[in-house]
Write a protein that binds this ligand. Sequence first.
Ligand code: CTP
Ligand code: MG
Length: 553
Amino acid sequence: LRVAELRFNSTEVAAASALLRERQASGSEPDAEIDTRKKTFSEVLAERQEQAQRTVLINCPSKISEKKLLKYLSSHGTIKNHFFYETHGVYAVIEFSGLDSIASLQEATSIPQLEDDCPIPFKSRILTLTLKNPPNQASEKIHFHKQTTVPVGELMSILCNSDNVSDQLQMLTEKYQLTEENTRLRFLACSLIQDIAGAYFPDCIVKPFGSSVNTFGKLGCDLDMFLDLDDIRKNAARRKTGPFNIEYQMKRVSSQRIATQRILSVIGEFIDNFGPGCVSVQKILNARCPLVRFSHQPSGFQCDLTANNRIAMRSTELLYIYGSLDPRVRALVFGVRCWARTHGITSSIPGPWITNFALTVMVLFFLQKRQPPIVPTLDQLKELADMEDKQIIEGYDCTFVSNLNKIKPTENTETLDLLLGDFFEYFGNFAFNKYSLNIRKGKEQNKPEASALYIQNPFEQSLNISKNVNATQLERFVSLARESAWLLQQEGKGPSSNRSQLWGLAALLQASGMSNASKGIKRKRGPASERIKSLLDSLKINTNTGKRPFGTQ
Ligand code: CTP
Ligand code: MG
């Protein structure tokens, strides 16, 4: 189960262990018969979407009896799962066993009678529960599930107490990855927006994509949503039987882009005017990929709603596959992303910075170049595809295998210690001026044009996913990568005898040592030994000083 722990959340692993023990104890089934098949991306998505539809979000008073609440709600049906969290108030996420419970609960819910304001009577699955009488006794303490990452000081001390860099990377991944509850909340937020879009397009599906579901998401990352109207078209195609063709009369526009802009514009208006808890709605319809950006207060997510974005959905699935193949992939990506964020290589503001997506592709490329490779190339994943996996989107071949069980595990046994150091060394010395990175082939190729950093889009192969990156930002990346490689080599790979000193990954994440490079300030390079000395001096900081090396994200 050690490997599984990184891929599945703790609840799933605990359930699997219990099942395993139960079956072994009863002797009813030999181990080999236990279903260890890894789920496909579509299966995971479909399961979670269905779960989200049976779920409501309830704003509760802060002093509430969990038992009484559950008993009260159980009159509408069996509650399968629930948890609490705090954001702008206390919220309970309640998953019922059946969809009919939602209808029953909504039936019993009234429209608020407000004194000064007037409610817009859009009935969503976000409810408010109040107590008729104040509680007459102190209620038991509710456990709130945290939806944010551990504070930096705590992280640094966890990292310093690890045994080696590999453990540090695994710890970072464990502490930063999305929790089961956070993932549920992400799917619920999508499902709530689906209810809104469903007012116009009843068969639509709103799916999360990007880091919420590609296995590389960090607590607090944005929620990318994809409004999928395609199922509507598929249904229509199936009904074309008999001697006639019958189709809907529909308004026509001159391009798919205009259609997408119109749809997003109207849904953006709905979200803005009627969506409970949806604030700061911005329609960014002239972007390359039109979107509606808003803040969903009840869940605390910053959301980007797009439509007609199937290729991004496909690249999300591709990353999901890579992230599920070998635990080293996620650990290395989490480490590199965190390192990049700390040093301002990536940013939450759009601009000439390298994006998390581009960084992830760089890690994948590096892992393809190992001997033997740790992950296959996209062309190899395409060779493993069967008929159902074939997908041509907007003329681009997006075919690759969806069944993870068909991909042979790597024979490479290199440690994460080695990989992290070599990643920095590899890209610290990469000829970015000459070559582009291509994960479809797992090879560098001559750059087709003069962008500073050229990472070929795996599907729209004539596009560069890092076109936005300028020469200054690439130089900063390269110089920080060199310094980091060098720092890891100097230090050795283990903790110092004095555990309060930052070492390994913790030292790399400490910004001050490399602040000059990270700010892009040109500095006079002293002799190497002096630079080492000042760097090491600056790292002699007790982890409990609470110094914050990270930017906000
Ligand atoms: N995407 C893409 N091509 C790009 C940019 C993005 O295909 N040039 C797709 C990727 O699948 C990416 C998703 O859109 O994962 C969402 O993009 P973005 O939010 O920028 O990246 P995330 O992977 O979600 O990372 P972050 O945590 O920074 O949001
Ligand atoms: Mg994102």
